[in-house]
Design a protein around this ligand. Structure first.
Ligand code: TXA
Ligand code: MG
Length: 333
């Protein structure tokens, strides 16, 4: 059984003691729910990979209560310090060289000489990280390849019985994962994953940040960026202007008449922030209800390609990508 803990002082204290004892606790951040373990204990980290059924070659992000704590484990450069100053705590992950004496287990870092570090903004996550006082490795708290969880009920749908506890801090406010920036070469910062901090925001600090040309280009730099990911059971059709009667529709913007019998509008007012926050719940709902109604696909209306629209489109592209042969999507984190 997986315990559901409230985001109270005693719930947070229980979560912290489970983590310190090497257990697994899912906790809400502003982006998605993470599946946490003490990053310095190899056996605890191994349990993350087991619970998620995640490939071992995919490194994990280590989470900290403060930039100061994060920068004890990596060697920051001036760009990293400026980005941290601007966007931490918040939905930004920095890839930096591991510091000498870094305590993160090789399993969490996949034996790489770099490490992904992040300081989340969510108040409960912050309180938990402060109390645990150790780096917490946390991938999204879903089965590998599936849709990321943005509330505690989603975590239990995916991982009930496979983890010790979920700390319920309510729905995630941002709704897409953190932006991942590779700063291992301080002269060539590179955006590995669009996320909660937008490209426009990053460019205010890093005007020359480069973008990977294609998703597969990212694979050597960010091993987890395999293409099939966020996979619902139903196939996904992108950039659809006219959905069909056998499709569930993921809509964006002012409602229009449609033959689709099932519609989830990401944002009727056209807000990309609202759309990001509603994306994963929408995909989950359309997938579940669409299958119940015997529909054949999820059709997705075009999403504007600026601001959070890039992160939304990235997740949708992966949801629509070819699946491994068994159709489970299990090749991806
Ligand atoms: O918002 C988030 O980032 C959430 C919450 C829980 O913090 N976490 C999350 O973790 O999305 P995960 O494991 O699903 O994604 C981590 C990404 C993967 O694409 C992984 O390959 C990349 O970060 N990554 C981790 N360490 C890396 C490294 N040393 N070099 C390059 N990419 C790395
Ligand atoms: Mg993930």
């Amino acid at each position: 059984m997986t315990r559901r803990l409230d985001a109270t002082q005693s719930g947070i204290a229980t979560a912290a003691s489970i983590l310190r004892a090497g257990g697994l606790v899912a906790f809400g951040t502003e982006t998605v729910y993470g599946l946490g373990a003490d990053a310095s204990q190899p056996q605890a980290v191994a349990r993350i990979f087991e619970a998620k059924n995640r490939p071992r070659f995919n490194p994990l992000i280590s989470h900290f209560a403060s930039a100061q704590a994060a920068f004890e484990q990596v060697t920051p450069n001036p760009v990293a310090r400026r980005l941290a100053q601007a966007f931490w705590p918040g939905p930004l992950t920095l890839i930096l060289p591991r510091a000498p004496g870094c305590c993160i287990s090789d399993l969490a870092a996949d034996g790489l000489s770099s490490l992904a570090v992040r300081v989340p903004a969510n108040a409960t996550a912050h309180a938990l990280l402060e109390l645990v006082d150790r780096p917490i490795a946390a991938p999204s708290a879903n089965r590998s390849g599936r849709i990321s969880p943005v509330d505690a009920a989603h975590v239990l749908e995916e991982l009930d019985g496979r983890i010790d506890a979920v700390l319920d801090s309510g729905p995630c406010t941002v709704g897409v994962e953190s932006t991942v920036v590779d700063l291992t070469d301080p002269h060539a910062p590179c955006l590995l994953r669009p996320g909660g901090v937008t490209l426009e925001e990053l460019q205010t600090i890093c005007p020359h940040i480069s973008l990977p040309r294609t998703a597969s280009d990212q694979a050597p730099h960010s091993p987890g960026r395999l293409i099939s990911h966020y996979a619902p059971h139903l196939p996904v059709r992108l950039n659809v202007l006219h959905a069909q009667a056998d499709e569930a529709l993921l809509a964006f913007g002012a409602p229009r008449p449609t033959p689709a019998p099932l519609v989830w509008n990401l944002s009727e007012s056209g807000s990309l922030e609202e759309a990001a926050a509603r994306l994963f719940t929408g995909l989950r709902t359309l997938d579940r209800e669409g299958q119940r109604l015997g529909l054949n696909r999820i059709a997705v209306q075009p999403i504007p390609q600026h601001g959070l629209g890039r992160a939304i489109q990235d997740r949708l592209n992966r949801a629509a990508a070819p699946r491994p042969q068994d159709g489970t999507g299990d090749m991806a984190p």
